[in-house]
Design a protein around this ligand. Structure first.
Ligand SMILES: *Cc1c(COP(=O)(O)O)cnc(C)c1O
Length: 293
């Protein structure tokens, strides 16, 4: 188990925030440098289930830059479990930092073609002593861990909660644990992710009224597409708040937040909570000096 006492709830002072609104950021990025942000919450009950079922080995899936792969490798080492990462695509001649870090943490890496990956992700014949975690930790145990995020601090007074969305697991956990007066907004970082509605709904507790929505216009060109205006926004946000964000997820979240404010999306007196889901290790794939964090 990882202590959560490094996490903070930071009030945001932003020149562009209307004076009758409040905004704060829940800094899951501060949890641990390697087991970043929301990934720990998604892994927690999966690793616990693996141990309860007497499994010795974890197998999971991801791309060569996956925060989930990096986090799983580190969390398994901490939990005393061995692990395999099934990586989409050919083995690169030189490992990027994500794969290097995963390997340093003892993860076995298995590279498979994109086509095989699509198939095996659905159905993988793992050995009996192996516990399989789906790509991105997208399962009920993953969402259950994310149900604990909003109770790390008193968050009842917030009217809106925003988070960056990949698989929708974190969003589902937030929705399941939100108060009835709160609206939960997911910002998908993938283009054309209409399927996400269903994926999120599949993880929701039935019989509870939920107010939530996916806002699909803020992917900034698609997954891992990094435009200069995103880089500029991340740098400016850091200058203003001292909070570093990443190019794949949380940078797009804060940029979406800025645009929503600009559009007048939020009613007067809104109190908005942004979830910093971590992912800062992903910035290491940029050439040095591009981000001034
Ligand atoms: C993986 C990740 C997400 C996406 O979380 P989902 O539960 O898959 O939607 C968001 N932010 C960061 C930093 C991530 O690494």
């Amino acid at each position: 188990m990882l202590p959560t006492d490094h996490i903070t709830l930071d009030t945001l002072t932003l020149s562009w925030l209307p004076s009758q609104m409040e905004a704060a950021m829940l800094r899951l990025d501060k949890l641990d440098p390697e087991i970043s942000g929301n990934k720990w919450f998604k892994l927690k009950y999966n690793l616990e289930a693996a141990k309860e079922q007497g499994k010795k080995h974890i197998l999971t899936f991801g791309g060569a830059y996956s925060n989930h792969i990096a986090a799983t490798a580190a969390a398994c080492q901490l939990a005393g479990l061995t692990c395999t990462g099934v990586i989409r695509g050919e083995r690169p001649p030189v490992y990027g930092h994500t794969l290097q870090q995963a390997m340093d943490k003892g993860m076995l890496l298995e590279f498979i073609s994109r086509e095989d990956y699509r198939n095996s992700r659905q159905q993988y014949n793992a050995a009996p002593d192996t516990y399989v975690i789906p790509e991105g930790g997208h399962n009920a145990a993953g969402a259950r861990g994310c149900e604990e995020i909003l109770s790390l601090f008193p968050t009842h007074h917030f009217t809106h909660v925003l988070c960056a969305t990949g698989t929708g697991t974190t969003l589902a956990g937030l929705i399941n644990s939100a108060a009835p007066h709160q609206t939960i907004l997911g910002i998908p970082v993938l283009k054309g992710a209409a399927y996400l509605e269903e994926e999120v709904r599949a993880l929701l507790h039935p019989g509870k009224p939920h107010q939530w929505q996916l806002l699909h216009d803020f992917h900034g060109g698609g997954y891992a597409k990094v435009k200069p205006e995103l880089i500029d926004f991340i740098n400016t946000f850091y200058q203003e708040t001292g909070i570093p964000t990443d190019i794949i997820y949380t940078g797009k979240l804060i940029k979406a937040f800025h645009e929503l404010i600009h559009q007048g999306y939020f009613p007067d007196k809104s109190k908005i909570l942004l979830i910093h889901t971590g992912g800062l290790q992903g910035n290491l794939s940029l050439p040095p000096g591009v981000l001034t964090l």
